[in-house]
Design a protein around this ligand. Structure first.
Ligand code: CA
Length: 236
């Protein structure tokens, strides 16, 4: 099983010990790892290597990782997973709003890192194939995006237009944390960016319709203070 990957991962991180840990984990899985110790170097490597996934530290010696994210997003949609010791909700929200796909707080384990990378790799593969999935399946949940239908265990679930929009947005970005303001802007419109209570109400409704145990959701995961994530079935 090992060494079948040829995907390239760009690691932008200035701490040698952290870099070494991540490099060994990734190389152990057969990933091709390219490294950068500064933001500028990282931006250059990203352009040269066109990696499949970028792991990005926020505290870099020459520039902030948020600025690296901003500059990368000017020309590239390569999945970015932020790896940072900053655990403030505002930092996570800022990184995600700048276009990062995911956020891992240091210290993290190798299993968690690899699971997040697998999700990001899947996004990359879908991006590259140039097609969106028309059917999303997670456990007994099936979302047919072309027909705008949702099923649980084969039975159709009737959703309101807002519920459907919210679910399809989350499921279409499976594994990725979408911030409250992003969800509100996309589903309700730009002037609703701060109406987080709308989200809470609709997420509760969705969970009651879709989750076997709404208090312990399997698909619609809350990221407290940040947003929501649709948990795909490949993320064990
Ligand atoms: Ca650092």
């Amino acid at each position: 099983m090992v060494a079948e990957h040829k995907e390239v991962i760009l690691l932008i991180e200035d701490e040698p010990q952290m870099r070494r840990f991540i490099r060994l984990v990734l190389q152990g899985q057969g990933y091709d790892v390219t490294e950068a110790g500064t933001g500028e170097e990282g931006l250059r490597e990203a352009a040269l290597r066109n990696p499949d996934v970028i792991l990005l530290d926020l505290g870099l010696p020459d520039m902030d990782g948020l600025d690296v994210t901003k500059r990368l997003r000017e020309w590239s949609n390569i999945p970015i997973i932020v790896i940072s010791a900053r655990d403030k909700e505002m930092d996570k929200v800022s990184a995600l709003d700048e276009g990062a796909d995911d956020y891992l707080i240091k210290p993290f384990g190798s299993g968690e890192l690899l699971a997040r990378i697998r999700v990001a790799m899947r996004h990359r593969a879908i991006q590259r194939s140039g097609q969106r999935e028309s059917v999303i399946i997670a456990g007994d949940l099936k979302i047919d995006l072309s027909k705008r239908q949702v099923f649980i265990g084969g039975d159709e679930v009737h959703l309101t237009p807002i519920e459907y929009k919210l679910l399809s947005l989350l499921a279409g970005n499976a594994g990725k944390v979408l911030t409250h303001s992003h969800l509100l802007k996309e589903v309700w419109g730009p002037s609703y960016a701060h109406q987080t209570q709308y989200l809470r109400v609709y997420m509760t409704q969705l969970r009651h319709k879709l989750e076997a145990d709404p208090a312990r959701p399997r698909f619609l995961i809350n990221e407290p203070g940040i947003g929501y994530r649709f948990k795909p079935d490949i993320e064990k």
